[in-house]
Write a protein that binds this ligand. Sequence first.
Ligand code: SF4
Length: 292
Amino acid sequence: MRYEGSVYRPPSEARSYILQVTIGCSHNRCTFCSMYKDKKYRVRSLDEVMADIRMAKLYYGDLEKVFLADGDALAVETGDLVKIIAELKKNFYSLRHIGIYASPDSILSKDIEELKRLKEAGLTIAYLGVETGDPELLKDIKKGVTYEEMVEAGKKIREAGILLSVTVLLGLAGRTPQAVDHARKTAQILNEMNPDYVGALTLMLEPRTPLYRKMQRGEFELPGPFEILDEMRIMIENLELEGTEFRSNHASNYLPIKGRFPEDKENIMDLINTIINRNDARYLRPDYLRAL
Ligand code: SF4
């Protein structure tokens, strides 16, 4: 298989064949993100993508799951995405899942009919990085959209019938009182979207990011494990989700949790409160085992 630069996918797409339909991220400005800093954004030509599909056919024979990358694959023109999905279905008879990375901008740039077209073609799930519900923090991290636009993007995906998986980022407000607002407002934005899946990740700073440089200048401090746990406690306490699968089992997290809302909320809260009250770091993943 041929790939350009580093390739990323959500943990739940670990068994998917990754097909790059874009290179890099069209936004590429979030202050905490280093994923596509080595790439200049472009949409790959249909010829290139179709040639990759033929290669994958020769290599794998059949596939059940495909993930469309890079960072903002949904930015590809809708008609081209429909052609790519059709070609995938033609080549892989067992295909039952097609996931895609979607930025809020690329979702908002498509109308609801386009998104429904993609759903009908076979797009199963879109992964959206929400990061925070705090409007000020969204601005600080240069996410490129407002709180309201982010909500609209999430709701549009759901309205089109595409599964919505969002990620939020614990620790993003640093070691500041704003962390409480970050946790509360993140719960609020999630409640408004009611996504099918929520993944909570914990901020880890990579060199080459503006936030890392801010930390080096002493202007940003990463919260410690129990401060992160407290953010998670406040966020979960304020979540009013219906039928959402919640996960914090990403390798960056101190405490891996998996549960369904609303039925598992009480048990999750009990677990977090117990660990906070005992103040015992042995329950938490040690820093040397955390990774992005
Ligand atoms: S977080 Fe997402 S939208 Fe922001 S730069 Fe990284 S890949 Fe692009």
